[in-house]
Design a binder for this molecule. Structure first.
Ligand SMILES: Nc1ncnc2c1ncn2[C@@H]1O[C@H](COP(=O)(O)OP(=O)(O)OP(=O)(O)O)[C@@H](O)[C@H]1O
Ligand SMILES: [Mg+2]
Length: 369
């Protein structure tokens, strides 16, 4: 087991800066998920930890040892790639046990490890096939199996579930989580699926354009996003982020205006502190879909509740909840209500907001206030 430390890590490909000064510390046994949009540098950062790319500057330590110049095979890591490469001429069984064979692992230990992972990954019946005779998802599971039979200090996973169908993906997500609980190994796991990030991570690093915007527990990242990027990226459907202005008419509020009129969202004392003296300034008001719902849904202090009416544009039942799309401050906002609310498009609906959950962001910098 090992902790992993990244100190001011930079990576340039020629003139292109891809990783721009990343510093994060992973504790021993932690499950850290790197999440962010396509091209933000997740795979590059993972490859730097693996030693498959060399740093432009900075330091990487695995278990207190500086590994900048240590080749991948001496880092005691196991990696599952986004584009997993299996040996095409070897069977599934040989692909999984090949590493153990070359290390001279006892045959009985090999057999046991093989039986364990093939059961875990539901590939027992595929052991004699070649990779060319497998579906994409099956190949991905074999690639995971190959990493799992090793006994590394650190597991590195690059979107290991991306080729699986939706059901198997959720099943495997649970298996990966159980596996971590059982083995207690340090894991760095890349995904662009923020639900996967929330469910798996002990901490999440939210990346954007070569930077780590926020590094925190799933709860911190979800409840206390540091800026508009993190707020908008984490959560599905996304947080509603509307432009408004600070007003003070016998109490501070955020005024949100559009063709349907102006709504004054009243601020509580904490929020008031953050905008005092900013009258007239532009602010982004962030409200997650679950913070806007039907009247009576929130079990919070009455003083945190605020109701308003709007025309519903679209009704989207999902089963357990129904999403109502309406216009607010020029955006298509989404509210999450119970399916029993029988509202139709074009009708007026009375929404109730839990203002205690409202987030405020600076109108210019986008930073959380
Ligand atoms: N060898 C390379 N030479 C030049 N640019 C590269 C190289 N490898 C990656 N890049 C660029 O670096 C950026 C980050 O790539 P990376 O593969 O790390 O993204 P990612 O976050 O893993 O994206 P995805 O979610 O699509 O896998 C991209 O803009 C990519 O085009
Ligand atoms: Mg990638």
């Amino acid at each position: 087991m090992a902790k992993v430390e990244l100190r001011n890590v930079w990576k340039k490909f020629g003139p292109v800066e891809v990783i721009k000064g990343v510093s994060i510390d992973l504790e021993d046994g932690e499950f850290v998920v790197l999440v962010g949009p396509s091209g933000c540098g997740k795979s590059t950062l993972l490859n730097l930890i693996a030693g498959l790319e060399t740093l432009t500057s900075g330091e990487i330590r695995i278990g207190d040892k500086l590994v900048n110049d240590v080749p991948p095979k001496d880092r005691n890591i196991a990696m599952v790639f986004q584009s997993y490469a299996l040996y095409p001429t070897k069977t599934v069984q040989e692909n999984i046990t090949f590493g153990m064979q070359t290390r001279g692992v006892d045959r009985a230990v090999q057999d046991e490890a093989l039986a364990d992972v093939s059961q875990l990954l539901h590939i027992e019946q595929l052991l004699d096939r070649k990779p060319g005779q497998l579906s994409g998802g099956q190949r991905q599971r074999v690639a995971m199996g190959r990493a799992l039979v090793r006994n590394p200090d650190v597991f590195l996973f690059d979107e290991p579930l991306s080729n699986l169908d939706a059901k198997l993906r959720i099943e495997m997500r649970t298996e990966v989580k159980k596996l971590h609980l059982r083995l207690g190994k340090t894991i760095v796991y890349v995904t662009h699926d923020q639900i996967e990030a929330m469910t798996l991570a002990s901490r999440i690093a939210v990346m954007d354009n070569g930077h780590v915007r926020q590094f925190g527990t799933p709860e911190e990242v979800y409840e206390n996003p540091v800026d508009l990027f993190v707020a908008g990226f984490m959560g599905s459907p996304s947080m509603n982020i509307v432009k408004g202005r600070v007003v003070n008419e016998g109490g501070y509020a955020i005024a949100v205006s559009d063709e349907e009129g102006t709504i004054l969202f009243p601020l509580n004392s904490n929020q008031t502190e953050k905008v005092t003296g900013r009258e007239g300034e532009e602010i982004h008001l962030g409200l997650r879909p679950e913070a806007i719902t039907h009247v009576g849904a929130h079990s919070v202090r009455q003083s945190d509740l605020f109701a308003f009416e709007r025309v519903v544009d679209v009704v989207e039942p999902t089963g357990p909840d129904t999403m109502l799309v309406f216009t607010l401050g020029g955006i298509e906002a989404i509210a999450r209500v119970r399916p029993e609310e029988r509202v139709k498009p074009g009708e007026i609906f009375r929404f109730e907001v839990n203002m205690g959950k409202a987030k405020l962001f600076d109108g210019k910098s986008g930073m959380r206030l």
